[in-house]
Ligand binder design. Structure first.
Ligand SMILES: [Zn+2]
Ligand SMILES: [Zn+2]
Length: 339
């Protein structure tokens, strides 16, 4: 076996370069993964552009990783060599902070974040914490697993933890990387699904993915359109625009929830009137734990849920990253490694 492996790392903000790194052995509680695929995600910009506070370079981005365990360190139970596993953004918890002691691992104060606080999956190899691993079902292609571990998990968990019940009207705002999966999950969970996006171009796709209704927010007022349908119990807001989310609160039924999954630079402005009169709420959602990721994966394939992906070889990571940042990807980009 070669003692070096290829990785794509950030050496200073905005600079991704291909390098060779020395293979290291996993230490206590860790495994080494031979990476097969890694999704390229907008969250990678925190690493590549240096936006994450206190980030250390060089750093290998990538938190939508699928690969095979090739070495196991001491004190690892429940995982075996040759097993296919995934690593998402929440890549290991500390077990001693207050949220961990309450069992709330997603909110661990010392969370290992793959590709941000430790080297991620833009590489042929990756060292990962065993408590951050998710088992990958045999029939799931590695390239599809990556996006399911991040936008898939985010939308699946947001919807299943929301207050919507089968039959309720659920709106998915945005038909992009998150939204194209959110529509599929919402449909398969038994909701009445309405997709909201700007323009007519995404209407056919949204309906193919499972939306019962489509609201073109450039041509009609989405609040009036939602109210005409009886009001939404949940609106899952996936657009990277706080401004476009702000007015949607009034499209909810009383006690409805605006669940925010998309991050934009502008703030969400909340009008207190629909918040008070109708007791509506705005809540955030954050990917999920590794066991939530396994739940996402085991729900997806049997229900025919697939991410729409474009693939690039690992060496083309800088180009793949640029394409993702330009907003032109349809809808997720995945780096393929090895073969
Ligand atoms: Zn991601
Ligand atoms: Zn913790």
């Amino acid at each position: 076996m070669s003692i070096k492996y290829k990785a794509v790392q950030v050496t200073k903000p905005g600079k991704l370069e291909i390098v060779e790194k020395a293979i290291t052995e996993p230490t206590s509680g860790q495994v080494r993964i031979r990476v097969e695929a890694c999704g390229v995600c907008h969250t990678d910009a925190l690493t590549v552009e240096g936006a994450f506070p206190g980030i250390n370079y060089p750093r290998v981005p990538g938190h939508e990783v699928v690969g095979t365990i090739e070495a196991i360190g001491p004190n690892v139970d429940g995982w075996k060599e040759g097993q296919r596993v995934g690593v998402g953004l929440m890549a290991g918890h500390c077990e001693h902070c207050q949220p961990c002691r309450r069992g709330d691992f997603v909110n661990c104060a010392n969370q290992v974040m793959a590709g941000i606080s430790s080297d991620g999956g833009y590489a042929e190899k990756m060292i990962a914490n065993a408590d951050g691993l998710a088992a990958i079902p045999d029939n799931l292609p590695s390239t599809e697993g990556g996006p399911l571990l991040c936008p898939g998990l985010t939308t699946f968990n947001a919807l299943r933890n929301s207050k919507a019940r089968p039959g309720d009207l659920v709106a998915i705002q945005g038909v992009g990387g998150l939204g194209h999966l959110g529509i599929q999950y919402a449909r398969q969970m038994g909701f009445q699904v309405v997709a909201i996006a700007r323009g007519k171009d995404k209407e056919d796709l949204a309906k193919q993915l499972g939306a019962h209704h489509y609201i073109n927010s450039s041509a009609e007022d989405p609040v009036a359109a939602l109210q005409a349908l009886g009001g939404a119990t949940v609106i899952l807001a996936t657009a990277a625009s706080g401004k476009s989310m702000s007015p949607l609160l009034s499209g909810l039924v009383p006690r409805g929830q605006l669940v925010v999954a998309g991050a934009g630079n502008e703030p969400i402005e909340v009008n207190p009137t629909p918040l008070l009169f109708g007791m509506r709420s705005v809540v955030g959602t954050m990917t999920g734990s590794p066991i939530d990721a396994e739940d996402t994966l085991s729900f997806s394939s049997p229900q025919g849920i697939h991410p729409m992906i474009e693939t690039f070889g690992l060496e083309r990571a800088p180009e793949a990253y640029e394409r993702m940042m330009s907003g032109h990807a349809r809808f997720r980009i995945v780096l393929t490694v090895g073969e």
